[in-house]
Design a protein around this ligand. Structure first.
Ligand code: SF4
Length: 400
């Protein structure tokens, strides 16, 4: 493998996290994808809000209080869209952001700050918003999300009024929701409502090519809704179990990307997506993702084909969030999609503690029902052909 002199092989592997795939590549790795200073992340308009946002957003699900230097570096590289939630890290994510703004108050102006509430009641949301502002030592957030909605019916008239009031009080600039479940229906519904400013939804190289997702994203783009993609890695680690997997991994390195960077680029290639929210709990990942955002090389046809093959090869291990299908087949007794997500946090992201804490927050009856339910009907309807019963049983042990 040849490396430019500014980027040693060891540095590349450290920066990209591509250990294990390093021997696969034979081509040069562009310096821009591994340089110490990757440059400044570009911006895109966030729907019709008038705000421009960094195309790479710093997801706040990590120990921000003890990673202040990394936040500082993020600002220097233009990663100025920060995403957190009332619930992240038990409140420590917002407290860490508050700690940062206390030290660098001038940076608040350059940050597009987003937080979310899982209260799902108007009173609870007001309490959460006030607490978020206090924790983050700021008078207002740029965007406030009703977190993790599963149906557009959550965004009813009362919710609209709540958003308008919070705006008129100067506590939020924009209002919207995040969703990991039934995303396509939620997006289509939002486009029809006409008052949603922004949405963050699960969106990646697997889902972006389905007709339903294309229609939903088109509708939101036409309605001027700002869109942020999350879960862009599609839930999977780099597969290395077969010759074909290894060839695929090597394919991206020949183009100068890691597989993770290629997945980010696939999403950015859709100009309807304003930004990608990524959990970047280490400087190595921040650097890798920033390098991908700054680098202008487009994916080749072969890269896209490799991603499609990757999507097909690992489909049965990926939950597409169409919870209406499996949860109606189990009479809503178990939030299958949510538990699949916790498994993903644990297995794919290595965030076991977070996954377990979310799992433990489920009602005792739900956890008890998980192991004894018959998932045959749900499995037969699941478009991804997931072994739902086995995964629910594994989750009940692994996350308990
Ligand atoms: S388990 Fe299957 S049906 Fe249920 S949300 Fe996931 S992909 Fe959809």
């Amino acid at each position: 493998m040849h490396f430019d002199n500014e980027c040693s092989r060891r540095e590349f592997l450290k920066t990209t996290g591509a250990a294990g795939l390093g021997l696969l590549a034979t081509a040069a790795v562009p310096g821009s994808l591994c340089a110490q200073d990757p440059g400044r992340v570009p911006t895109r308009p966030f729907g019709k809000t008038g705000a421009d946002v960094a195309i790479l957003s710093m997801g706040g699900m990590f120990d921000i209080p003890n990673n202040q230097l990394m936040m500082r570096q993020a600002v220097k590289w233009g990663v100025t869209y920060w995403d957190t939630a009332n619930s992240y890290e038990g409140g420590n994510s917002e407290l860490g952001i508050g700690k940062y703004f206390a030290k660098y108050p001038e940076d608040r102006k350059s940050i597009f700050l987003v937080t979310k509430s899982t209260a799902w009641t108007l009173k609870g949301m007001t309490e959460h918003l006030n607490l978020s502002l206090e924790r983050m030592r700021t008078d207002a957030v740029d965007l406030f999300f009703v977190h993790a909605i599963r149906s557009i019916s959550t965004m009813d008239k009362d919710m609209q009024k709540w958003g308008e009031k919070a705006k008129s009080e100067g506590k939020i600039r924009f209002f919207g929701f995040s969703t990991h479940s039934n995303m396509e229906e939620c997006l289509l519904g939002a486009a029809a409502l006409g008052w949603i400013d922004g949405i963050m939804m699960t969106y990646n190289y697997r889902l972006m090519h389905t007709d339903a997702m294309r229609r939903a994203v088109d509708a939101c783009a036409k309605a001027g809704i700002g869109l942020t993609a999350m879960k862009t890695q599609g839930g999977g680690q780099v597969l290395t179990g077969s010759e074909e997997d290894i060839k695929r991994g090597g394919r991206f390195l020949q183009s100068g990307f890691t597989q993770g960077q290629a997945k980010l680029k696939a999403v950015w290639e859709n100009p309807q997506i304003a930004a990608i929210c990524s959990q970047m709990p280490s400087m190595a990942l921040l650097s890798e993702n920033t390098a991908a955002a700054v680098n202008k090389t487009r994916l080749s046809a072969l890269d896209r084909e490799a991603l499609n093959r990757q999507a097909q090869a690992s489909a049965a291990g990926y939950c597409a969030g169409c919870t209406r299908i499996c949860e109606s087949a189990t009479a809503g007794q178990v939030p299958v999609g949510r538990i699949m997500r916790y498994l993903m946090y644990c297995r794919d992201y290595g965030n076991r503690d977070f996954a377990r804490s979310r799992f433990r927050a489920l009602p005792v009856e739900t956890r008890a029902a998980m192991a004894r339910l018959d998932y045959t009907a749900a499995e037969s309807r699941c478009p991804q052909k997931m072994p739902i019963g086995r995964l629910m049983r594994e989750a009940s042990i692994e996350l308990a």
